[in-house]
Design a protein around this ligand. Sequence first.
Ligand code: LLP
Length: 429
Amino acid sequence: MHHFEYRGDELFCEGVALKQIAEAVGTPTYIYSHATLERHYRVFDQALKQSGKPHLICYSVKANSNLAVLRTLIGLGAGVDTVSRGEIARALAVGCDPKKIVFSGVGKRDDEIEFALNSGILALNVESHGELEAIERVAARIGVRAQVALRLNPDVDAETHPYISTGLTKNKFGIPVAQAKEEFRFVRAQKHLDVIGIDCHIGSQLTKTAPFLDAIYRLGDLARALAQDGVQIRTLDIGGGLGIPYKGDGGETPPSPDEYAAAVTLALKAFGDLEVTLICEPGRVIVGNAGVLLTRTLYVKQGEVKNFVIVDAAMNDLIRPAFYDSYHAIWPVEKRPADPIVCDVVGPICETGDFLARDRQLETRPQPGDLLSVMSAGAYGFTMASNYNTRPRPAEVMVRGEEFFVVRKREELAELWCNESVPAFLQNV
Ligand code: LLP
């Protein structure tokens, strides 16, 4: 459910015509619906109540880190899942309670660990023995006790794109379950580590509940075994990963938040009567369908074997199609009488991989100047954008009711090279 709908022939986000935003802000522009963000968060939060456990939603900042998006979710009670010092700092900048921040990632640097510890976050989700040693060393140096959770690799197949599968032993993430007891013993012997829980994240854009169930069962078995060893787990972080429908009717059908929560609730039985707080790290399911990328058609080119609709958004603005061969629906901002075309929707970048859609049937052949809305672009859209081809990244706009707000202005060209310099020896050549 989202709030991008046609009123007559015109596409609106809540009460604002997308055309109006294009005229005021230009294109390409990401547009986020505040009401959709709120709705997605509330539905997810409500669904988790059926688990019967206290829960904390740590929204995964990497999906969309715009301050206005973060503030919206934090205002609704969310904490955050972060993977860098920068993400922690962003969340703190918009008033996130440090006690609701978790810090994941396989490659935390000492300065990042120190920043996290000094910020007093809830937990560092630790992914290796070396990282435990690093945290102990940094915590001892600054004189604090570090709260850690062990991220475990449950070796389950998330059945998603291989680049976004993370829960198999061949992936770089987490500590093997078989090694967990040993690591817990190590942690207990350290003076500056306080282990609060266990964690896993098996992948992203999951469209089935079974892999989540398998992973939680495995963690439950481990938690019971640890309890027998006298180690009490207080938090169970099950990561993110719930998929969204990108294709609409007839496409993938991921479980609803309710179905997901029902599966989680069932799997939690593996924890017996252990008292745990459930932590979830959803990203895509909260923001994915709350955002679109608005772009304008530049040319329609008839090749010898293909039609190309050339638009002003490119792979630097939305890399998902090029990187994962992902599908994003493309809707006309103004509906016109049917005049179907099968085409590649491509950007101006000098790479054959620069496409937003391939062999796509559009109901109406776009004309130069026509606006198109690339749907479901709220997650991993702007956050993965780059300046490739020295293109300023898109502006970002948030719509709330009848109003819209520029929540990130378009980059100026000079900003793109303001940190570069030409050394003296090159100045007179
Ligand atoms: N927690 C951890 C530790 C993660 O690594 C991720 C995503 C999440 C939570 C949130 O997962 P979500 O609920 O959004 O599926 N760029 C890719 C997705 C990469 C996901 C990386 N980790 C894409 O565009 O599909």
